[in-house]
Ligand binder design. Structure first.
Ligand code: SF4
Length: 379
C-alpha cells in the first residue's frame, strides 16, 4: 500500500540501522527523546530499539494525550455526568483512564452516568442535536492535532444556534511541554534525563508547522527531527539526529516532508485562535502546572465553555502512590521500573494512564516489548 509498505521495508530498516551503527561515535552516547506517543508505539511495535546499538538510546516523552491528562480533569468530566446530569461525550481511550474514588468514565457509565464514546467532535454535536432537552458536553482532549476539529464544532454550534452544547476544553500544546521538560531540574540541573535531541511529532507538525520548534532548538542547542510514524520514518529520523549531534548542529529538520512544511496549516491555526486562547497554566500529569501549555475557549464563545456554564472548579488529585506514570512521562523511568507493571497493572486493568492508550509507554511495552525484558537463560 502506497506510503505504508515502502516505509515498513525490513531490508531498508537493516540498512539504515547499519548506517546508524557506522556513524554513531562509539566513544559517546546518544539519548534521543521521541516526544510523541505515536512514535513510542512504533518503536515498541517494530522493535526499533533492538535495531540500535547500546549507545543509541530512545527516551519516551510525554506526547500521549490520554497519558498527560491529570486525574482532576477526568473527575470534572465525571462530575458533569453524575452531578449535573449532562450527556458527556469523549474519545474511547479517555473513558478508561483511572479517576478518583476508584472510578473512571467507563465505571461511572456502569453506575448510570450518561457517558458516550464518540469518534469525533462532530459526533458530539450530533448527539446534542438529537437530544435538545439534555445538556451535552464534549470532553475534548489532545494536542494540536485534535484541537482544530473541536474549534470547528464550537463555531458550528454557534452558527446553528445550539443551546445545549458545550465543551470541556483540555487541549494541550507541544512546544511549551518540550520547553518545560528542558527547563526541568531533572534535565537541566542534574542531568538525570540526558537528552541529545528530539524526534518531533508528525501529525502535530502538520498543523503547527516546523517553525515553532526552531527557537528552542537554538536556545537549548537540541536538534529536532520531525518524523512520520512508520518504522523507516523513525529510523531515518534517528540517523538524522545522530548526524546533527556528531556535527554539533542543533537544527530543526523535517523527515516528514511529505506532509509537514514550515508554516503548517494556516487555516487550522486561524480557526483555533479564533475560538480558543492560551490558558495561563494547565496541570499535566507528571509535570504539575505548565505555563501557557493549553487552550481554553475565548469569551466570545463562553456559552460553549463547560467550565463557565457549569461553574466547574478544578481540584488537582495525586496519582496512585505506586504508579510511576509521572516519572515515565518525564523520561526519568521506564515502564519496567514500575512495580505494578504487568502484574497489578495491565491494559485490561490499568492503574495509571500510561497503560490505557496504545500510545502510552506502558501499554506499548506491555503489548510488544515485555517479552524482551525476560533474560534468556542458557540451557
Ligand atoms: S505500569 Fe501502570 S501503574 Fe505502573 S507506571 Fe505504568 S500505568 Fe502507572
Amino acid at each position: 500500500m502506497k506510503y505504508i509498505d515502502e516505509f515498513r521495508d525490513g531490508e531498508l530498516a537493516q540498512k539504515i540501522a547499519s548506517r546508524i551503527a557506522a556513524e554513531a561515535d562509539p566513544s559517546r552516547s546518544y539519548h534521543l527523546m521521541e516526544f510523541c506517543g505515536g512514535h513510542t508505539h512504533a518503536i515498541s511495535r517494530y522493535g526499533i530499539a533492538e535495531l540500535l546499538q547500546a549507545n543509541v538510546q530512545m527516551v519516551h516523552g510525554p506526547g500521549c494525550p490520554v497519558c498527560v491528562l491529570p486525574i482532576g480533569r477526568i473527575d470534572q468530566a465525571i462530575r458533569l455526568a453524575m452531578e449535573h446530569g449532562a450527556i458527556v461525550c469523549t474519545y474511547g481511550d479517555t473513558m478508561r483512564v483511572p479517576a478518583s474514588d476508584g472510578l473512571s468514565m467507563i465505571k461511572a457509565k456502569a453506575r448510570g452516568a450518561d457517558i458516550r464514546m464518540v469518534y469525533s467532535a462532530a459526533d458530539a454535536l450530533t448527539v446534542a442535536e438529537k437530544n435538545p432537552q439534555r445538556e451535552v458536553v464534549f470532553f475534548a482532549i489532545g494536542f494540536e492535532t485534535t484541537t482544530p476539529p473541536t474549534a470547528l464544532v464550537i463555531r458550528e454550534a454557534k452558527a446553528r444556534g445550539l443551546k445545549n452544547f458545550s465543551v470541556l476544553c483540555c487541549h494541550v500544546l507541544t512546544p511549551p511541554a518540550i520547553v518545560h521538560l528542558l527547563e526541568s531540574p531533572e534535565v537541566k540541573q542534574y542531568g538525570i534525563v540526558p537528552i541529545d535531541g528530539f524526534i518531533g511529532p508528525a501529525h502535530v507538525s502538520i498543523v503547527i508547522g516546523s517553525r515553532p520548534y526552531e527557537s528552542f532548538a537554538e536556545i537549548y542547542r537540541k536538534p529536532v527531527v520531525i518524523a512520520g510514524f512508520e518504522p523507516l520514518d523513525v529510523m531515518q529520523a534517528i540517523l538524522m539526529l545522530v548526524r546533527q549531534v556528531n556535527e554539533g548542529r542543533a537544527e530543526v529538520e523535517n523527515e516528514f516532508s511529505r506532509a509537514v512544511d514550515r508554516d503548517g496549516n494556516l487555516l487550522a491555526q486561524q480557526m483555533m485562535d479564533e475560538v480558543m486562547e492560551l490558558r495561563e497554566s494547565f496541570e499535566w500529569r507528571g509535570f504539575g502546572s505548565v505555563p501557557h501549555s493549553a487552550r481554553r475557549i475565548r469569551a466570545a464563545y463562553a456559552e460553549f465553555d463547560a467550565e463557565t456554564r457549569f461553574a466547574l472548579d478544578y481540584q488537582p488529585v495525586p496519582d496512585h502512590k505506586a504508579c510511576e506514570c509521572g516519572a515515565i512521562l518525564r523520561g526519568v523511568k521506564r515502564p519496567s521500573d514500575c512495580k505494578l507493571f504487568g502484574t497489578v497493572c495491565t491494559p485490561e486493568n490499568p492503574m495509571g494512564s500510561c497503560m490505557v492508550s496504545s500510545e502510552g509507554a506502558c501499554a506499548a511495552h506491555y503489548t510488544y516489548g515485555r517479552f524482551r525484558d525476560i533474560p534468556v537463560v542458557a540451557a
